[in-house]
Design a binder for this molecule. Structure first.
Ligand code: XIL
Length: 298
């Protein structure tokens, strides 16, 4: 059984997973992804800090490996992520004036998206730019440019690959009528109405037990923004309860604009949430109850 194939048969676009070169070359990761998933997201390889920790000197190896692997294996790719305050090179954080930062953003977006043009169908253009109350997070980007950096990044992205679907992505968008969800919807509405080319809102969905039931409401509210699609982009659930996983999958099935789900890793042993056992395969790469429940559900 393939979760991706079953999800596509149910009308969605993909069921994907985060991975990277080191994982793909280890144990059963590649085989499990080949058999179960239809899309890969670079867990780290396409972040600015991974690609250009020294200005002008690019480390393309791991990102190219992922892109080549995906193409060879017939998997779509979500590009993650262009503009983020974290895993950001020191030289960017230390930029001191607005015009230098505008140029750095434009150049970064054009260079990275240009390299993978036609291969990457979705890009997380901006990531985690909001506070919990829905205001703009403090970062070098907001300090020097205010909201303008969002427009600069999305316009550069549209120009670099007009066929790519452009996302704004964030975490803690897990329940309706929460400050960050309200802020996301009103800011995206304002930006889209002002002509900023945002196509989708990604909700990371790093959640705990019991929170799955709220995801439907959150997705509905995010989908009320004037975007073509929403997606669950980094799903993992502490202790992976069956009810929470199936509620999240059902929420995406039921919300028309929800295009796909990405889980944030294959095996619990490699999860960034060490000790939480939040994924669909255990430390020995055996499918867990949540995996079997989703296959049954679909
Ligand atoms: C995480 C990776 O999983 C870790 O390997 C890395 O050390 C830190 O970043 N939100 C995001 C992802 O958008 O990029 C983060 O990924 C998890 C939280």
């Amino acid at each position: 059984a393939s979760i991706h194939d079953a999800f596509v048969a149910a009308g969605k676009t993909y069921f994907g997973v985060a991975t990277d070169q080191g994982l793909l070359q280890r144990e059963s990761n590649a085989a499990i992804i080949q058999a179960n998933f239809g899309q890969v997201t670079g867990e780290n390889s396409m972040k600015w800090g991974s690609l250009e920790s020294t200005q002008g000197s690019y480390n393309w190896g791991p990102a190219d490996f992922l892109a080549d692997w995906a193409v060879e294996n017939g998997k779509e790719i979500r590009g993650h992520t262009l503009i983020w305050h974290s895993q950001l090179p020191g030289w960017v954080e230390n930029i001191g004036d607005a015009e230098t930062l505008r140029e750095a953003i434009r150049n970064h977006v054009a260079t990275v998206m240009g390299r993978y043009k036609g291969k990457i169908f979705h890009w997380d253009v901006v990531n985690e730019i909001l506070n919990e109350d829905g205001t703009l997070r403090d970062s070098v980007f907001s300090r020097l440019l205010g909201e303008e950096f969002v427009q600069i990044a999305f316009e550069a992205a549209r120009e670099a690959d007009p066929d790519a679907i452009l996302y704004i992505n964030d975490y803690n968008l897990d329940q309706a009528n929460y400050g960050k969800v309200n802020g996301m919807v009103s800011l995206v509405t304002k930006w889209v109405e002002a002509g900023v080319p945002i196509d989708g809102i990604g909700t990371q969905t790093h959640i705990s037990e019991g929170m799955g039931a709220n995801v439907h409401g959150a997705l509905e509210q995010l989908a009320s923004a004037p975007v073509n699609e929403v997606a669950i982009t980094e799903l993992d659930i502490r202790n992976s309860p069956v009810e929470d996983y199936t509620a999240v999958v059902q929420a995406c099935l039921d919300v028309e604009k929800c295009t796909g789900i990405t889980v944030w890793g294959v095996s619990d042993k490699d999860s960034w949430r060490q000790g939480d056992n939040p994924l669909l395969f255990d430390g020995s790469f055996a499918p867990k109850d949540a995996y079997n429940a989703i296959i049954e559900q679909l």
